[in-house]
Design a protein around this ligand. Structure first.
Ligand SMILES: [Fe+2]
Length: 345
């Protein structure tokens, strides 16, 4: 295989102009860009968004722009490799920080991309999905899957902030992204499924043969249970890394079609060196302080900060104190496309 291929400049000007006029272009000068040898060459760069820096901007957005004018008052976390304004943090994951002030509501809507929220601060916020009211407490993972009607409200007295994660970039690329709106939904008068049908891990409601199960049976994963589970895993897991996948309680599969979520616990003083993986990740710190070295760049993080790593990044996490992180990744997408890969370091 030739190491270097012919360039565009090597071709006569009249030939290049004739190609442009005919609406064609030669593949060989561009081929290594789209098919590099051995591993992808990501444009994506490690990102770091300090909550101390972003929070005042978000609060100011609340003063500058009424929610009716913004519809969703969100600051988008842009991949540094693509620059400010890029609507993605990794190639397939969009991340935004959203502010909802007391008394505000977001109109009911549904869209083709799937979304999930990780609650960052505030009490009294809630999301209604398919008539089910989901309280939003710090660290909770709340799903609003593609095609499901949802709206947000706020019954508390302080600002509520959450991190939005959407599989939007691929939907935009496929020209499949759109939304519909409707009046606020009637709420069912009962707690969400995490408090009823799926209160205990390993238990699901008994059903007659062939009975329909909701496609997304549980929309809320309360942080109190996540943290308790991680602590027990840490206690009894020896030296093993402590990381748990969020799964659909009926099927054991990922909670959304192409986006995955995990919760990680780092013990005080622990260093983690995960294998190189083909999926990109976004990390959100729920609790604790630490540092992560990503492709040679060191990030010092604390509670409510967010950072990202491109595909095949060399990542070393170190926790100076006990820490809890949420990780958003696109392994489910890559598994479906049959190219997810892990490489030893
Ligand atoms: Fe939405």
């Amino acid at each position: 295989m030739a190491e270097t291929l012919g360039t565009l400049e090597e071709l006569p000007l009249d030939y290049r102009e004739a190609m442009t006029a005919a609406g064609v272009a030669p593949l060989w000068p561009m081929m290594r860009n789209v098919l590099p040898h051995g591993a992808p060459k990501p444009v994506t760069k490690p990102g770091f968004w300090s909550y101390a820096a972003v929070r005042p901007l978000l609060v100011r957005a609340g003063e500058l722009t009424p929610v009716e004018k913004a519809e969703r008052r969100v600051l988008v976390l842009s991949d540094p490799g693509r620059g400010a304004g890029a609507m993605l943090a990794t190639p397939s994951i969009y991340i935004g920080l959203q502010l909802l002030l007391p008394g505000e509501t977001a109109p009911a809507h549904r869209h083709t991309p799937s979304a999930a929220r990780i609650i960052v601060e505030g009490k009294g916020g809630f999301t209604v999905v398919d008539g089910e009211k989901l309280p939003m407490e710090v660290g909770d993972l709340v799903l609003t899957p593609g095609g499901e009607w949802h709206d947000h409200g706020h019954e508390g007295t302080e600002p509520v902030v959450w991190l939005d994660a959407l599989d939007l970039p691929l939907f935009v690329y496929l020209e499949g992204s759109y939304a519909e709106e409707a009046p606020l939904q009637a709420q069912r008068n009962r707690p969400d499924a995490s408090q009823v049908e799926y209160l205990a891990s390993g238990l699901a409601p008994a059903r007659g043969r062939g009975a329909q199960v909701r496609r997304y049976p549980m929309m809320r994963y309360p942080w109190v249970r996540t943290e308790a589970a991680l602590r027990e895993m840490a206690k009894w897991g020896g030296e093993d890394p402590v990381e748990a996948d969020f799964v659909n309680p009926e099927t054991g599969e990922d909670v959304l079609p192409i986006m995955g979520f995990t919760a990680m616990m780092l013990r005080e003083g622990e260093t983690l060196r995960p294998p190189l993986v083909s999926s990109a990740s976004v990390f959100h710190v729920v609790k604790g302080h630490g540092t992560s070295r990503i492709n040679g760049e060191t990030i010092a993080w604390g509670p409510k900060d967010t950072f990202s790593a491109p595909c095949f990044a060399e990542i070393d996490h170190h926790a100076g104190e006990e820490a809890f992180l949420m990780r958003v990744h696109d392994r489910p997408l890559q598994e479906k496309l049959r190219f997810y890969e892990e490489r030893a370091r």
